[in-house]
Design a protein around this ligand. Structure first.
Ligand SMILES: Nc1ccn([C@H]2C[C@H](O)[C@@H](COP(=O)(O)O)O2)c(=O)n1
Length: 141
């Protein structure tokens, strides 16, 4: 059985080192049914896109960035049906779509910040998880 709080802290440390986002460094990990972290990644610009001042321009950044959840799925093209995804932020609905479509069966993440500009998207993600039978667990500090 995992200590999810420790796993989340360690994933955040990894994101703090690897992500180029000056404002929000997000990590995501794919965990196999036997509990092994098979792959992890962070929010990032697509391959070939320079890590330049666009990270500091919120509109440009949000147009370009691949969320950590999508990055980790793009980077691990084996079957992940029945696997767990651990995330250092609450997922948006686009990432929820991708996770559901790849067969992720459990999502573990912190709760979203009430009043955040992404609140509608987080809520929609949670509704989709519920309907699709994905076990969604929020870790509070
Ligand atoms: N579940 C999430 C939520 C956010 N992000 C990333 C996308 C952006 O790089 C940053 C959010 O930027 P901001 O806080 O400026 O909206 O975090 C992510 O990868 N996964």
């Amino acid at each position: 059985m995992h200590d999810w709080h420790t796993a989340l802290t360690s994933l955040q440390q990894y994101a703090d080192i690897q992500s180029h986002d000056p404002h929000c460094r997000v990590g995501s990990a794919l965990i196999s049914p036997c509990g092994l972290i098979a792959h992890r990644d962070v929010n990032q610009f697509p391959r070939g896109i320079a890590n330049d001042e666009r990270w500091h321009d919120v509109d440009a950044k949000l147009d370009l960035v691949i969320h950590a959840e999508q990055a980790v799925l793009h980077g691990y093209l084996h079957d992940v049906s029945g696997w767990t995804m651990l995330i250092t932020k609450c997922p948006c609905h686009h990432c929820a779509q991708a996770m559901i479509q790849r067969g992720i069966s459990r999502v573990i993440c912190p709760p979203y910040r009430v009043g955040s500009k992404w609140e509608r998207s987080h809520r929609l993600a949670q509704e989709m998880f519920r309907e699709a039978g994905v076990n969604y667990t929020e870790l509070t500090q």
